[in-house]
Ligand binder design. Sequence first.
Ligand code: HXC
Length: 519
Amino acid sequence: MSNQDKINKLIDLRAEAKLGGGEKRIEAQHKKGKFTSRERIEMLLDEGSFEEFDMFVTHRCTNFGMEKKKFLGDGVVTGRGTIDGRTVFVFSQDFTVFGGSLSETFAQKICKVMDMAMKAGAPVIGINDSGGARIQEGVTSLAGYAEIFERNILASGVIPQISAIFGPCAGGAVYSPALTDFVMMTEENSYMFVTGPKVVKTVTGEDISIDDLGGGKVHAQKSGVAHFLVEDEDEGILLIRKLLEYLPQNNLEEPPITECHDPIDRLEDALNEIIPDNPNQPYDVKDVIHAIVDVGEFLEVHRNYAKNIVTGFAKFDGQPVGIVANQPNYLAGVLDVDASRKAARFVRFLDAFNIPIITLVDVPGFLPGSGQEYAGIIIHGAKLMFAYGEATVPKITVTLRKSYGGAHDVMSCKQLRGDLNYAWPSAEIAVMGASGAVEVLHGRKLAEITDPEERAAYVQKHEDEYKANFANPYQAASYGYIDDVIEPRNTRFRIVRGLQALGTKKLTNPPKKHSNIPL
Ligand code: HXC
């Protein structure tokens, strides 16, 4: 064989590998409205930046005549490339090869890129489209999954891990994405479940469609498993690229600061009027967020889940931050189990990756009732408090309106090591709202008043008195719990200044193996 023959052989092998399971199966993939594993990588990475590893790997299974069925690459495309010039490691499951099912060697390929990502200190992006454990391989496939899970766990908090679910992801396979920082699903063709509809029907008798059991909408709205729901793969790929703009490469780096063309002292007069005079009237806290951040750009995380709290990424003067904000427009912004879990996980992500936290507070308290108590609101509320209290990144809190009771403490108050705590003049920082307080403080007297008019007048008088004393930020400010009461229209400038002041902040927690956050 001449050297040229050898080179030609390499070229042929590469071409074969690039066809995955073959043209027919690629066509079938396209017919479903899905891209192939390689097309997805090409769309995701900077043009020409992809370097593939392990293109010639094949499985070693000999069960069921498998030795005669081999495909170069064995069902997963792995490698390294760049996004906006920054290194990322990727794996993309190839449904055209044995339905993207995971073999021993398939798992080894994924583990290799994960190990390299950890060595290089760069994010890992996994694109999932798989029938799960390769049935012909049996237990070696299960072991392969566990090898991946262990790496997901060790990489957690060290490098960002992002999962896109662009096809099925079933059985124990769901636990790898679940262990990563962000899970994205598409509205169609994207499924996650521990047991599929057929098994569900057999075991429990429940008749449920694949979409209703584990489709993108279900996980984005009901379970909270998916952080992002996108219309299609194109949108999903763009969103992954966008998300990385806010993240550092690893936990030892700061997030990337970009040039900002939005004046830092831009006054937003509309904010002076955004809080309705009636404290029970809602407004959209996202209007506040859009008004204060750089060029109004906000990348919302978990947009469809626990809408009573808003979480997402934005920038102030080019500095990436995470925003956590109560949403008065939904359930009056009350804290419940789902909202507490959602925000706690986000706060922990931000802290792990050195991203400052901006908290906008308008919270009437925790949602009362047996439903919440039985669901463990005590534990889940504690989780959010723990996350805030443990976080060492810069923390700036702005109280827009209500900040009552335990929820006041939880939402990044001064004593949970809030660095800068500002309040708008409309802030009401108290143990509880006026009507509740009057019921408690004057319950005995109120029980004695039988005339409804007299009762209403009595309530009004004492509510007014309570509001005059507590429905404002000044009592908290008089103790120094609020650093300053600020004009709403000046909020952007004050946050930018605060971030500048805190840019060199260094804070460490006491040495320990790890904390015992209430899970
Ligand atoms: C081997 C598999 C496979 C698997 C699919 N294929 N899943 N081969 N192991 N797990 C093969 C099919 O035989 C078929 O091969 C090709 O992939 C395409 O599959 P289709 O069924 O034709 O595709 P589609 O109709 O789109 O259905 C996709 C699917 C279905 C919903 C994913 O294939 C399916 O239900 N597969 C099994 C899913 C499952 O139960 N997996 C195990 C989960 S438990 P041919 O040659 O005919 O084209 C698990 C444990 C993990 O994963 C534990 C970790 C701890």
